[in-house]
Design a protein around this ligand. Sequence first.
Ligand SMILES: [Zn+2]
Length: 241
Amino acid sequence: MEETLRLLYQLQKVDSNLDDVEESKGDLPETVRDLKEEIAELSEKANAKQAFIDEFVASRNNADNDIKDFEEKLKKYKEQQYQVRNNKEYDAITKEIDFAEETMKTLGKQFGDFENQMSIAKNELEEYTLRLNELNEFLTEKAGELAIVSKETEDEELKFNHERKKIVTRLDKEILSRYQKIRSGRGKAVSIIRKQSCSGCGNRVPPQHIMEIRRNDKIYLCQHCGRIVISDELAEKVNAV
Ligand SMILES: [Zn+2]
């Protein structure tokens, strides 16, 4: 168990180093992540808007073609109107003309509606595109800054991650997952007894417990903060290596 406690403390130290490296990057990683998300969302909206516009273009073109067809028909009907031989034929052709004119009016109105909707959609798309350009420019800038900082810390990160891997493979899976759980809630998962208190939360650890902790034979959790508490002697031993 002493070995496990040592490993946990070593892991804590490596994780703290990794935290420091991450912190040295400031809010750049988060900014870059957020920007990428925003860009992805907006691109999706822009694509949907473009699809919407394409559909309207198709509908408008159909309406336009139909109007042209009816114009042709109307021209023919009007020529025929002069060549009718009786009232019956005249009435029939007049009916066709009325229908064609009515239909053209309806189509013309539809055409206008499509044009209107398209121009609204186009304006929206233009706004999206402008914003996307802005965001992409900003992303390039921030990603560039992050790349520079990451390059500087790359060696350190590699070293610490390598150390971490070595420790983790030697730790029991269940204990490791307990460690992770405490770490994700508390930032640091392992604390040391310092002046009869838990170094994590500053609360006193009862003398009886301190004696137990010094035996290094079980995982002791601070009653106040829930961190794994190890003795200062053990910590010193690890630090001395
Ligand atoms: Zn504590």
